[in-house]
Design a protein around this ligand. Structure first.
Ligand SMILES: NC(=O)c1ccc[n+]([C@@H]2O[C@H](COP(=O)([O-])OP(=O)(O)OC[C@H]3O[C@@H](n4cnc5c(N)ncnc54)[C@H](OP(=O)(O)O)[C@@H]3O)[C@@H](O)[C@H]2O)c1
Length: 335
């Protein structure tokens, strides 16, 4: 058994990790922490009462090193790199769910804040499993992809060789409110979100450069990515619609099926996808169609799982030499 820990156990993604790790056949949960600690996990998450009881400590590098071979950092950006740099130094493997290791230095500092762990930035492996599987097997530090970039990239990457990359890409994305974490704000207040839908940070969201950078890294194609996220009155789930212009005549479904023929957590659908079918699972469902040279790509994920925690757990499975599907949820919350 391999000892694992979660720093940020009181948050939404922290809870998802707890739920998967308590049933994992090869990982044993040895350490849970938050900013202040001094509590138990079932106090922070009452849904766990009579399921598990586990102490939650005030987060410290020393305790992680003492207890864990691998740790998940389910923390806001900036807080993550504060821990990661010392943990890496002391030989603990790190899967970071925040944005701290996803981007190159200049882009990170333009969109987030000053980077405090420049030394490890280049060695971090981007945790988009289907594209970085081999690198993940030997990674010491993994940068968990953003939820919107996960759904967008899994949908559009197979088509990059067939689209006109000189034409801007348009990404219309919709997310359930858990994508913003547990902290309440005016935007995520029930009264603002209920019976409502609205765009936020159109064309300026931090996930646009992440999408553009990974398209460039994986396909050597520089594209203008125009990304517009919307908040929808749902707890979890993300639906992405991408619009692009084809330069070659292709059958979009055939392209997808061929591209992902060996990837068991990508489901190619014959009709437009929905968020409910993936809620509670690690699946990314993808559909695509065309009208002349206009391409429509449609993908859906659970933001808390494929967009964060189950993706992080698959990375950890690979880093430890386990089957990537070990302990990964596949049954959705339908109806
Ligand atoms: N939500 C999603 O769908 C999603 C998807 C992809 C990636 N992510 C990323 O994953 C990370 C976690 O997201 P989340 O939605 O789980 O956020 P969240 O619900 O706000 O939880 C954040 C957690 O971080 C803890 N924390 C904050 N600062 C800390 C510190 N200095 N030391 C120890 N613990 C600290 C908080 O603990 P306290 O209770 O003590 O404050 C809380 O448990 C974020 O970087 C987010 O961007 C989230």
């Amino acid at each position: 058994m391999i000892s694992v820990g979660i720093v940020g156990a009181s948050g939404y993604t922290g809870l998802e990790l707890v739920k998967m790790l308590i049933n994992h056949p090869r990982f044993v949960l040895k350490y849970l922490a938050t900013t202040s600690g001094d509590t138990v996990i079932e106090q922070l998450h009452p849904s766990l009462v009579d399921v598990i009881s586990y102490p939650v400590e005030k987060a410290s590098v020393e305790s992680v090193v003492e207890n864990c071979e691998i740790v998940f950092l389910a923390l806001p950006h900036k807080a993550s790199m504060g821990f990661a740099k010392d943990l890496i130094k002391q030989g603990v493997k790190v899967v970071d769910l925040s944005a701290d290791y996803r981007l190159d230095l200049d882009t990170y500092e333009e969109y987030y804040c000053e980077h405090e762990d420049k030394d490890n930035l280049d060695s971090a492996v981007y945790g988009l499993i289907e594209y970085y599987r081999e690198e993940l097997k030997t990674a010491k530090l993994v940068a968990g992809p953003g939820c919107y970039p996960t759904a967008t990239l899994l949908g559009i990457l197979p088509f990059i060789p067939y689209i006109d990359t000189s034409i801007p890409l348009f990404v219309d994305a919709k997310s359930g409110v858990s994508g913003a974490g547990k902290k309440l704000s005016e935007t995520t207040h029930f009264v603002t979100v209920n019976d409502n839908i609205f765009a936020y940070n159109p064309l300026k969201h931090r996930h646009a450069p992440e999408i553009a950078q990974k398209i460039e890294k994986i396909h050597s194609a520089k594209m203008s990515v125009n990304f517009v996220p919307h908040l929808i009155p749902a707890t979890r789930g993300e639906l992405v619609s991408v619009y692009a212009v084809l330069k070659k005549d292709i059958d979009p479904i055939k392209v997808l099926k061929k591209h992902y023929e060996n990837d068991s957590f990508i489901r190619i659908r014959e009709k437009p996808v929905d968020i409910k079918s993936t809620a509670g699972t690690h699946f990314c469902d993808i559909f695509a169609s065309k009208n002349g040279n206009a391409l429509f790509v449609n993908s859906a994920i659970d933001n808390l799982l494929r967009g964060a925690s189950s993706q992080a757990l698959v990375c950890a499975n690979l880093m430890c030499g386990f089957d990537e599907g070990m302990g990964i949820p596949t049954i959705s919350y339908v109806p």
